[in-house]
Design a protein around this ligand. Sequence first.
Ligand code: NAD
Length: 260
Amino acid sequence: MLKGKTAIVTGSTSGIGLGIARALGGAGANLMLNGFGDAAQIEALRAGLAKEFSVKVGYSGADISKPAQIHEMVRQATQELGKVDILVNNAGIQHTSKVEEFPDDRWDAVIAINLSSNFHAIKAVLPQMKSRNWGRIINIASVHGLVASAEKSAYVAAKHGVLGLTKTVALETATTGITCNAICPGWVLTPLVQKQIDDRAKRDGVSVAQAKVELLGEKQPSGEFATPEQIGAVCVMLCSDAAAQIRGIALPVDGAWLAQ
Ligand code: NAD
C-alpha cells in the first residue's frame, strides 16, 4: 500500500516508534529511522528492517531537541531516500515531579522534545509535501493531550500543545493532499512506561508485576496495555487513501481511559 513512499519516524529505535517503523516498512514504505542507542544495535536494526521488508532504510542520529539537527535529518532523508512523504513525530520523554519541585531543565527538555520538535519537523517537510500535493503527518500525542495526571505538568502541557499544533496544521493543509492527525495512546508497555512501573514498585514496596496491575487499574479500564504493533497499524490506516478526509483529529488508542 505504501510502496514508493518514504517515512521519517522519530524515536524509532525503541518502543512505539519501532512498532510504527515496522508497520510502515511492512506496508512497503522506505524508512528513515531516528533515535538514540547503541550504534551496533541500531545498525543491526536498520539492516534487519531493510532485509525483512525489502525497503530502503536509513538512520539519522539527530537529537530532536535541536532544531538544526531536525532540519539536517530531513535533508538527509531527502538525499538518501529521494523525498519525505510521511512524517511521524513520535520521539518523546517523560519526567514526573510535582510542579514546585519540577527541575527547570527537565521542563525545557520535555517541551523541546515532545512539542517543539514536532513544529520544527513539520516546518521542514511541508514545502516538499506541498510540491507533490501528498503527505501524511502523524503526531504521537497521548491521552495526556486531552486529560491530565498529577506530577506530569511538562508532559501534559506538551501533549496538549501537540494537539493544538495538529489542528492548526490540519487547517492550513485542509485543501491539499496532506493530512495532519494525532494518535493518543493510553498505557503502552515500553521502556518509557517500564521506568514508571519500576518507580511505582519501589515507592509502594510492591512487586513489579503488582505495580503493573495497579498502574493499569488506576486509568485504563481494559486492564491491558495497547501495543506498539497496534499503534503502528493505526498509522498505516491514517496513511491510506481511505483516511484522506481524516484531518486534525486526536485518535485515542487507550483501552477506554478517556471514556470515564
Ligand atoms: P521509548 O522511551 O520507548 O522511546 C522513545 C524514543 O525516542 C527512543 O527511540 C529514544 O531514543 C527517542 N528519543 C528520546 N529523546 C530523543 C531525542 N532528543 N532525539 C531523538 N530521539 C529521541 O518511549 P515510547 O513509550 O515508545 O514513547 C514514544 C512516544 O509515545 C512518546 O512521544 C510518548 O510520549 C508517546 N506515548 C507513550 C505512551 C506509553 O504508554 N508508552 C503513551 C502515550 C504516548
